[in-house]
Design a protein around this ligand. Structure first.
Ligand code: FE
Ligand code: CA
Length: 511
């Protein structure tokens, strides 16, 4: 039985039953009693470093509003080397405060590299489910294998998070989420369940939306089974927003208040260290993670610092294929100047056998018009081709050994050859894999077929299936498995492998 399966079968210990079995050091002090299970949102861990990990939970006996009020609540946590908690290596107490929606972010340091740990929380006599996590291997350690999955786009109303149940049951070292973790909007034709509340714009409304998504047992299972790294895309804030502009919120002051609330709620619900908490000006999520000598991972932020969409795009036109002279201007940036400079330095320092750039969307050019009259989706890298060029040039300039780009956002699976010149039959600089959505509705088969036909550097596309991608890295090769949910509207749906691809070390491009 896998850890994920055990997790789902284990009930919660509540009230006196839990108190009777706890170790003396963990008996809650002056603990409040909760009307209902305070661990309804599960547990999570993330940001794995060789000597540290972040543990997360949020006390919320009620999904809407949290149900605790203005009190600060002590939460005890413990981390063990074994699932039975017979060898506890760290423990402590954290005050969960209303200012952070009673979320708990514990940055546990002084750990051993490259090993599994188990953790749990206790508050007011209630005990959380047990989570499992893993530290990163020592940064120069010779590593034979590293396995991770990546996912994006989980519109709650469009389907069940069955993909995560499948993911939780497999052997992985890490999960990477590439954005659209929540959706602010209700859209689509076939809803299997409903958002509560309208489009969130306040902190309380964003908190409730995260609580609803996090109440899903399959999502909880995937969080409890592995450490996660997460970056956001637009729907965590507002559809197609760019930096401090939103096509849906024309009032700039109002939009900035929405963005601030959204970033705050993202922080409160993600397993990230307290040091990542947002400031008045924003929140830094771009970062670099190293996994032995095998993998250097760069996480990018495509949203917070970008130049607004080209060609005067607004909410009615971002999905239409467009072009204008402004689009190719070198002054346009998707990452912003500071993040571009950071990425360049990070690439210069990268020594691993594989370098994975984790970002939000499809990076390859996708001309949806014709050669004579090209048309592009301006919300993606196609709206920022000079910035894409700078990124790909950086991979060449720094002689990155095996660069691989991963993305999401487009609700369809893709494999592409990233080239310095997509029009010419030039050499391949990097390999790109894009995951389909966990649930969000995808493009028509016809539009995928046309994209493949008109863009020969796109090697594979599938918009019919929802799912995720699992990666197996070794020194000699990378295997990418595209896992597809049979029917996202069936909570008991099976998940089957749609396709597998390989990248051989030293030969960019998927086979
Ligand atoms: Fe999406
Ligand atoms: Ca998106």
């Amino acid at each position: 039985m896998t850890f994920g399966m055990r997790l789902r079968r284990r009930g919660l210990l509540l009230g006196s039953a839990a108190s009777a079995t706890v170790a003396p050091a963990l008996v809650a002090r002056a603990a409040p009693s909760f009307r209902d299970d305070p661990f309804k949102l599960g547990v999570a861990s993330g940001c794995p470093r060789p000597d540290s990990i972040v543990l997360w939970t949020r006390l919320a006996p009620e999904l809407q509003g949290g149900g605790i009020g203005d009190e600060a609540v002590p939460v005890d946590w413990e981390l063990a080397e074994d699932e039975a908690f017979s060898r506890i290596v760290k423990r402590g107490q954290h005050m969960a405060t209303p200012a952070l929606a009673h979320s708990v972010h514990v940055h546990v340091r002084g750990l051993e590299p490259g090993r599994w740990y188990w953790y749990r929380f206790r508050a007011g006599g209630a005990q959380s489910p047990v989570g499992r996590t893993r530290t990163a291997p020592a940064s120069r350690a010779q590593l034979d294998r590293f396995r991770f999955a990546f996912a994006s786009c989980q519109q709650y109303e469009h389907g069940y998070f069955t993909a995560y149940r499948h993911m939780a049951a497999r052997a992985l070292d890490l999960v990477i989420h590439l954005g659209d973790y929540i959706y602010e909007l209700s859209w689509g034709r076939h809803h299997v369940r409903r958002h509560t509340g309208a489009i969130p714009t306040t902190l309380g409304e964003f908190r409730d939306r995260y609580a609803l998504y996090r109440s899903d047992p399959d999502l909880q299972a995937a969080h409890a089974a592995f450490p996660w790294l997460a970056i956001w895309d637009d729907h965590e804030v507002a559809d197609d927003y760019a930096n401090d502009h939103s096509p849906r919120n024309r009032d700039a002051t109002f939009f900035l208040s929405v963005r601030r609330a959204a970033y705050q709620a993202w922080f409160e619900h993600m397993p990230v260290p307290p040091s990542m908490a947002p400031t008045a000006s924003g929140m830094r999520i771009h970062d670099r993670y190293q996994f032995g000598d095998l993998l250097d991972l760069m996480l990018l932020d495509d949203r917070q610092y970008r130049t607004p969409q080209a060609c005067g795009t607004d909410s009615r036109t971002t999905r239409r294929a467009m072009d204008c002279t402004d689009r190719t201007s070198p002054s346009r940036s998707l990452l912003g100047e500071a993040q571009e400079a950071w990425l360049d330095e990070s690439l210069a320092a990268s020594r691993a056998r594989w370098t994975v750039i984790a970002q939000q969307t499809l990076m390859a050019e996708l001309n949806r018009g014709t050669t004579d009259q090209p048309g592009f989706n301006l919300d993606r890298w196609d709206g920022y081709p000079a910035a894409r060029q700078r990124l790909l040039d950086g991979l060449v300039k720094h002689r990155i050994a095996n660069p691989v780009v991963i993305g999401g956002d487009v609700h369809s699976f893709w494999v592409s050859d990233l080239k310095r010149d997509f029009a010419a039959n030039g050499s391949v600089v990097a390999t790109e894999f894009v995951c389909s959505s966990i649930t969000s509705e995808g493009p028509s088969a016809e539009s995928v077929r046309r994209a493949l036909q008109a863009n020969p550097h796109l090697k594979y596309g599938n918009g019919e299936k929802r799912g995720y991608v699992a990666i197996e890295l070794t020194g000699g090769s990378l295997a990418a498995h595209f896992e597809a949910v049979d029917d996202v509207r069936d909570p008991q749906s099976g998940v089957h492998r749609l396709k597998s691809f390989t990248v051989e070390s030293g030969k960019p491009g998927a086979l």
